[in-house]
Design a protein around this ligand. Structure first.
Ligand code: GDP
Length: 282
């Protein structure tokens, strides 16, 4: 998969330029793939600035995994919260946490005589993890386009909110670990990479393998077969059987896309594909 478009580089450079104006870096992760959706350079980028991680789309993620990730990502200068921006949960908690993250700076400014200093934040994350949705919630109106396609966020400006917080609207900066094919599949599975730059059936087969291992009951239900049958059928044969059962003959690609769309919408179940472990923190 070829997935490092030039505009991502540009976005990073623009962000680096503005970073000295920013009080809190808000890193938005897809709660279903907190590791794959992390930018390995984020800690370099953040430096010793306050850092807030949002595990978003928790309504779609495996709640057990979300809890584990929340614990795992927490650090001395890193606050973590889980939310479902789509359904507007935890907004007040987010505002409180932003203020908490910026409290040192605010205190310093207040000591110098400023009253209610503005807190400036930026949101970073892979395409489609929910940055625009969160920004819209904070700002209280639709300032940026949101959609199911990756890479919709465009342009840069300071956006005002009613909470004394201003937001830098910045395009999603992706960066993953290129060399890791599995990361690519996970990002593709959840829509962070455009559907046109990978083969849907490769991603569907990857998903089938993962579900077989971690969520066999969900896979059996989606495939409309028993768990026993599942154990006796190979991945490719299963994909073929599901394609035919859905009246798509041998059009794997079409069925695969259908399956990925169901997965992304949570119709297969609440599924997470990154598992926190001792040596897998980012
Ligand atoms: P961006 O590319 O990071 O700006 O992502 P968007 O804000 O455009 O969100 C991408 C898609 O995910 C949109 O269809 C949103 O409605 C949806 N979305 C965002 N946050 C959530 C969430 O917490 N739960 C669910 N179910 N969908 C979400």
């Amino acid at each position: 998969i070829q997935w490092y478009p030039g505009h991502m580089n540009k976005a990073r450079n623009q962000l680096e330029e503005k970073l000295n104006l920013i009080d809190v870096v808000i890193e938005v992760l897809d709660a279903r793939i907190p590791s794959a959706s992390r930018n390995p350079m984020i800690s370099e980028l953040v430096g010793d600035k306050p850092h807030l991680i949002i595990l978003n789309k928790t309504d779609l993620a495996d709640p057990v995994m979300t809890k584990l990730w929340q614990k795992k990502l927490q650090g001395p200068r890193t606050l973590v919260m889980a939310m479902d921006a789509q359904h507007n949960t935890n907004m007040q908690a987010l505002i409180t946490l932003i203020k908490k993250a910026a409290s040192e700076k605010v205190k310093k400014l207040e000591e110098r005589g400023a009253s209610n200093p503005i807190i400036r934040v930026c949101l970073v994350g892979v395409p489609n993890c929910g940055k625009s949705t969160i920004i819209n919630r904070l700002v209280g109106r639709n300032v940026t386009m949101t959609g199911d396609r990756p890479g919709v966020t465009k342009g840069q400006a300071w956006l005002k909110t009613p909470y004394g917080i201003q937001i830098l609207d910045t395009p999603g900066i992706l960066w993953p670990k290129f060399e890791d094919q599995e990361v690519g599949y996970k990002l593709a599975a959840f829509g962070a990479i455009k559907d046109t730059i990978f083969h849907a059936d490769d991603v569907a087969l990857f998903v089938i393998r993962q579900l077989r291992q971690y969520y066999p009951a969900y896979l059996a239900k989606f495939a409309n077969c028993t768990k026993d049958k599942l154990e006796n059928i190979g991945d490719t044969d299963l994909l073929l059987a599901m394609t035919q059962n859905n009246g798509m003959r041998e059009d794997y690609d079409r069925f695969s896309l259908f399956m990925l769309q169901r997965l992304r919408k949570g119709k297969l179940g609440r599924i997470s594909l990154d598992w926190p472990s001792a040596n897998n923190e980012n």
